[in-house]
Design a protein around this ligand. Structure first.
Ligand code: C2E
Ligand code: MG
Ligand code: MG
Length: 665
């Protein structure tokens, strides 16, 4: 089994006699502190040479007769050692080499002092003086930090030199030789032992340092991994919302500080819920991973950042110089996903592959100082892309009324609209073509600003849908219709426009039932108009809600038929009581082609057995055509403009209206 460095450190730390348990550790120990070791030995050597030369004084005092030789030897050896050491230092020799040189120099210095001194005629003096030889042994073992083996070898050689000198020097007394020899051997043993212990301690300190370093490294790596994990989306491996928010802050700060402009692009996978429902969640996950991968590739040339922003929503941030570049990047993102050609056969909008809607915003000088603003703008652009039929890109346009600050005001206004009486309903008659009688009225919502100016439904309804305000407004409309017109039987049926967002809301049918219960109005007096347009995904929640509403007796009408993609499939899925054919078909009917088209649509709806209502009747000719086509009901400025409830509270002058609906002569 191969041990890691941490393992061998652990083994060594627990060993009785620690010694490098692996080659790696040995090399590490050798290399560890190379430069400090070299520096320590160098300085130690300077001191040793200085002391060695200073001993010339004792030479003169103790062995004056041979002092010139001894002192010369001292200077020659000291100088050579100094030069050698300095050269090695300059040549960057290893600490081991420098230590070896130093140890050798010490041995030679010992011999170089001892042997000339022995030539003295003063036997007692030299017998004292020889004691100083112990200093050399102490030096190699204790003064310098040599490795044990080197110290042992050097001190052993010193001991040998000493014995050689002692034995070959007959004038000294044998008992002195015995005592002094014993002293030197003891000195050798003890100082070697201390050296061995010091080396062991040094190695232990090294091991502890390595262990601490490894632990620190491991903790840092664990910290890095944790950080990576907390910043990564586990499914796609992209940065998650938290991380990308931080990046956004960086981009934003760079823009605020250096004026580096950037774009924020939101990307939403079209009809992803349907994809999940149809292919299962595992495939759904795979789809997101594939989209994430191609998006990552497509932004590489722009050096941008990408993250997963929510369920099927991604975000790209990139430094760009112009609006054109933003459009180019957004389009390349859209194209890349389309080119993948990933099958998605359940989307019912004429396409059968996975695509994305893309909304982009670009830093503008007047965009204010709030960081969220750019995301908000990209979000609005994305909403616009979805509203335009998806699989397209939209760049945020501050001049677009749906994007402008005005829409912010409207969104704020909608929150307080019902409480402040800023909303009201007008009713537009729906007439039977043959009798001319008002059979129903359509409730149309009106919004006025606080200063009294009115806001077009085409502006405030999409905002209400986007912000969710449509829910309360919708309940308010149903309640108002019941209390204004239905309780007192002023009209037979009132149709109310209902957004798919309302139908998707859990508990919608129950809340409607509660309103009917409160007001005592029968469900059959209400019709709900559903527009096939935006947010037209017909999911099971909507179908269930519609079926509940039908159980309450409420009629379900299909509004603006022919304007969206889903109309035909909706016709198949839902049993509508009435289908309202969008006014654009009637308005195009002044050409033979347009007329044939209208006829075809009418035929199609009629064959499915729905009652037909044509919207937008504005002229006598159009009304005549309705007679000709045997349409059931009509609506339009020519047969009745939207008017407040009061107009319908008075008994309707059926005759007046009937005369206008009658077939022209
Ligand atoms: P819609 O449901 O198709 O309403 C008919 C729209 O056509 C009304 O516009 C009406 O004033 C207009 N109109 C009626 N007759 C004619 C005509 O002869 N010629 C022309 N050119 N237009 C005619 P309005 O009131 O501006 O409403 C626009 C849309 O706003 C409505 O279309 C509907 O989709 C939505 N809306 C209105 N009120 C509500 C509401 O209470 N809830 C929801 N969800 N949507 C609403
Ligand atoms: Mg309508
Ligand atoms: Mg309509």
């Amino acid at each position: 089994m191969k041990h890691t460095l941490a393992d061998v450190v652990e083994i060594d730390l627990n060993a009785e006699l620690p010694r490098p348990a692996s080659a790696e550790l040995r090399i590490l120990y050798r290399d560890e502190g190379q430069s400090t070791r070299r520096q320590d030995t160098r300085q130690g050597m300077w001191i040793a040479i200085a002391v060695y030369l200073l001993f010339s004084v004792t030479d003169i005092l103790l062995v004056p007769d041979v002092a010139p030789y001894v002192i010369s030897a001292r200077f020659v050896i000291g100088t050579i050692a100094f030069i050698l050491l300095e050269l090695q230092f300059r040549w960057n020799a290893s600490a081991d080499t420098i230590d070896a040189t130093c140890a050798t120099a010490l041995v030679i210095a010992y011999a170089g002092w001892l042997y000339p001194s022995l030539m003295t005629a003063d036997t007692p003096s030299i017998s004292y003086y020889m004691v100083f030889g112990a200093i050399f042994m102490m030096s190699v073992n204790l003064f310098f930090s040599f490795q044990f083996r080197l110290s042992l070898m050097a001190s052993a050689v010193i001991l040998l030199i000493f014995f050689a000198a002692l034995l070959s020097f007959p004038p000294i007394d044998p008992s002195y030789k015995l005592a002094f020899g014993t002293f030197c051997v003891s000195c050798f043993v003890f100082t070697s032992y201390v050296n061995w212990k010091l080396n062991r301690e040094r190695y232990k300190v090294f091991l502890n340092a390595i262990e601490a370093r490894l632990q620190q490294k491991e903790a840092a790596e664990r910290g890095d991994a944790l950080l990576r994990l907390s910043n990564t989306d586990p499914l796609t491996g992209l940065e998650n919302r938290r991380a990308i928010d931080q990046r956004l802050r960086d981009y934003w700060n760079a823009w605020q500080t250096y004026g580096t402009r950037f774009t924020a692009i939101l990307i939403d996978v079209d009809f992803f819920k349907k994809y999940n429902d149809c292919y299962g969640h595992q495939e759904g996950d795979r789809c997101l991973i594939q989209v994430a991968d191609v998006l990552t590739e497509s932004i590489k040339p722009y050096n941008g950042s990408i993250g997963r922003y929510g369920g099927e929503e991604f975000i790209v941030l990139a430094r760009v110089a112009s609006q054109d570049e933003v459009a180019e990047l957004a389009e390349s993102i859209r194209c890349t996903v389309e080119k993948m050609g990933l099958l998605h056969q359940q989307r019912r909008d004429g396409m059968s592959i996975v695509t994305v809607s893309v909304g982009a915003a670009f830093t503008r000088s007047e965009a204010g100082t709030k960081l969220e603003k750019i995301i908000h703008e990209a979000d609005r652009a994305l909403y616009g892309a979805k509203a335009s039929g998806r699989n397209c890109i939209k760049l945020f346009d501050p001049n677009d009324p749906h994007s402008s600050d005005e829409s912010e005001n409207v969104a704020a206004l909608l929150k307080i609209a019902t409480a402040q009486n800023l909303v009201s309903l007008v009713y537009q008659p729906i007439r039977n073509v043959s009798s001319g009688n008002v059979e129903a009225v359509e409730a149309l919502m009106r919004l006025t600003m606080i200063d009294g100016t009115s806001v077009s439904p085409s502006l405030f309804i999409p905002i209400a849908e986007r912000t969710g305000a449509i829910l309360n407004l919708g309940y308010w409309a149903i309640r108002t219709v019941c209390s204004e017109l239905l309780i007192d039987n002023h009209v037979r049926v009132v149709s109310v426009n209902v957004s798919p967002i309302q139908l998707k809301t859990p508990g919608f049918a129950t809340s409607v039932a509660a309103i009917l219960g409160e007001t005592g109005v029968a469900g059959g007096r209400l019709a709900f108009e559903i527009t096939e347009g935006l947010e037209m995904e017909m999911n099971s929640d909507i179908l269930r809600c519609i079926s509940d509403l039908k159980t309450l007796g409420i009629k379900i009408w299909l509004d603006d038929f022919g304007t969206g993609f889903a109309g035909l499939s909706w016709l198949r899925l839902i049993d509508f009581d009435t289908v309202k054919i969008d006014r654009s078909f009637l308005h195009d009917s002044n050409t033979p082609r347009g007329k044939a088209m209208l006829q075809d649509i009418i035929g199609l709806v009629r064959n499915r057995g729905h009652k037909i209502l044509v919207e937008g009747v504005e002229t006598d000719e159009q009304l005549a055509l309705m007679h000709e086509f045997r349409i059931d009901q009509v609506q339009g400025f020519h047969v009745g403009r939207p008017a407040p409830a009061e107009k319908f509270r008075a008994k309707p002058r059926v005759d007046d209206h009937a005369s206008r609906v009658r077939r022209p002569a």
